[in-house]
Design a protein around this ligand. Structure first.
Ligand code: ADP
Length: 467
């Protein structure tokens, strides 16, 4: 139990105050002047001795206290306290969140670099309300002071973009009687989490809605089949066909949902296999050609002359190529009696540039920089159609879950609204990039680029040595 006894810290002042320096200097100076007057008649020798004594006293004070930190008037700081203060300052400075210390009147005493980054320079000696104007945040501060306890609340700052923050305030010294009212304030940006929470809620709402619609209609048909269509074989045939279609739609949706969650779960898993993108493109084309023929679509595959090795999961890459080609065939129908044409190209290096009116996503150059690869060390696939294209307002939202330009058309085509979201997640796992180019009434082109397999790429070190 002895260990728990409070340790007495010897309160030996080692801090140096500017006032102390001034008083000491003035004191020595006055003594020197009085001595000089009194010993005026003694001649040059004693005068030089007195001046030397004066200079020596100043030097002594300077050299003994030159490393002592400057403290405010009347503040005694022990060595231990100084060390703690220094450590606290380093710790607060290293925190990624904005942190500030306020005095009893909510005037800023100390801020860390993250705080300066958020609110700008020159915060010291300012009242907190001069740069945080949210009444909610200021209420938190007041409550923390009143209750003498840690308090937090969320507030939204409006500016160029709306951001959500969590504002924490706590008294530094919780001794209500003797505390000096100083507070520590910490701010955490929750915009990203808030967005994720919103996405999760929207996702559940959308998924339930997508399942509820066919289920409701199936319920209706079952009732009809049990009721007045009981003895009507023609109606029965018709309704059963519709029910089969609805069941397929729900199955596709459930499969896509399971696929999406599996891909999300796998996202952090390292890629251990290699895939030949050229071979995958060939396999996808083989499965889609019969459908293209049936729908009178001119489907062309332009293969690479060599294998296109990338680090990846073959099933996932197959899914990317299949989803993009599938979409081109579903939504890329040419207008004005023209022949619908879908081209699937694969290759290495820089993909062919598409001369289109609108673009969204990452350029191959940007993907190369992000993946730390040379532009020549990319493999790519491109799916081009000559359909109606995509409106520029819809382009940036296409990879959102359940986002469809025309929900009715997508449903009638058997779409779930999850295809491009799945593509996006697979690309993320494979360090790939997606760019979508479109010209209204001329068609859309989806380009995916991936870094070449590590074992096939020039290691950056060797490349540097070679150059
Ligand atoms: P869906 O299951 O509806 O096909 P996707 O996520 O695959 O879902 O695609 C989202 C939406 O993007 C589609 O509903 C469609 O409106 C649009 N889209 C995708 N590919 C094309 C394309 N090649 N041309 C025009 N619109 C497209």
């Amino acid at each position: 139990m002895d260990d728990l006894q409070p340790v007495e810290i010897e309160k030996e002042p080692i801090g140096r105050s500017r006032a102390g320096d001034f008083v000491f200097g003035a004191f020595v100076g006055i003594i020197a002047i009085i001595s000089a007057i009194m010993l005026g008649e003694l001649g040059a020798g004693p005068a030089i001795t007195i001046i030397s004594f004066f200079l020596l006293a100043l030097c002594l004070r300077y050299f003994t206290l030159r490393h002592a930190p400057v403290v405010a008037i009347g503040v005694d700081v022990t060595e231990e306290e100084l060390a703690i203060l220094k450590r606290m300052r380093t710790l607060v400075g290293a925190l990624p969140q904005p942190v500030m210390i306020l005095d009893g009147e909510s005037i800023v005493e100390m801020v860390n670099p993250a705080c300066i980054k958020m609110f700008g320079e020159d915060l010291i000696d300012k009242h907190i309300s001069s740069f945080i104007r949210s009444p909610k945040a200021l209420d938190v501060l007041r409550n923390a002071r009143r209750q003498n306890a840690f308090t937090e609340a969320e507030f939204t700052s409006t500016g160029a973009t709306e951001r959500t923050h969590l504002f924490y305030a706590a008294p530094l010294d919780q001794d209500r009687l003797h505390g000096d009212g100083r507070m520590i304030v910490m701010i955490r940006d929750r915009t990203k989490q808030k967005k994720l929470e919103q996405m999760r809620t929207d996702f559940v709402a959308n998924a339930s809605h997508e399942l509820r619609t066919p289920l409701t209609s199936m319920g209706g048909f079952i009732e009809t089949l049990q009721g007045h269509a009981k003895d009507d074989p023609i109606a029965q045939e018709k309704f059963l066909n519709i029910m089969a279609r609805q069941t397929n739609r729900m199955l596709r949706l459930v499969e896509d949902l399971i696929g999406l969650s599996a891909i999300e779960l796998n996202e952090a898993k390292p890629l251990t296999d290699m895939v030949d993108l050229d071979e995958v493109a060939g396999a996808v084309a083989e499965t889609l050609t019969p459908m293209a023929l049936k729908q009178n679509i001119d489907f062309e595959l332009i293969r690479s002359q060599t294998p296109l090795w990338m680090d990846g999961d073959r099933l996932e890459i197959f899914r990317v190529v299949q989803n993009l080609c599938d979409n081109a065939m579903k939504y890329g129908a040419a207008e004005g009696g023209q022949q619908t044409k879908v081209i699937l190209r694969v290759g290495q290096g820089v993909p062919p540039e598409i001369d289109a009116l609108d673009h969204t996503g990452e350029s191959p150059q940007q993907t190369a920089v992000r993946a730390g690869a040379d532009i020549s060390e990319l493999v790519w696939l491109q799916v081009q159609d000559n359909g109606g294209g995509i409106d520029r307002n819809d382009l940036p939202r296409l990879t959102e879950r359940f986002y469809r330009v025309n929900p009715q058309l997508s449903r009638s085509m058997g779409g779930t609204g999850l295809g491009l979201a799945i593509v996006k997640h697979i690309l993320q796992r494979h360090q790939g990039g997606l760019q979508i180019a479109s010209t209204p009434n001329e068609g859309a082109t989806f380009t995916c680029v991936f870094p070449l397999a590590r074992s096939k790429a020039t290691p950056p070190r060797l490349e540097k040595e070679a150059s």
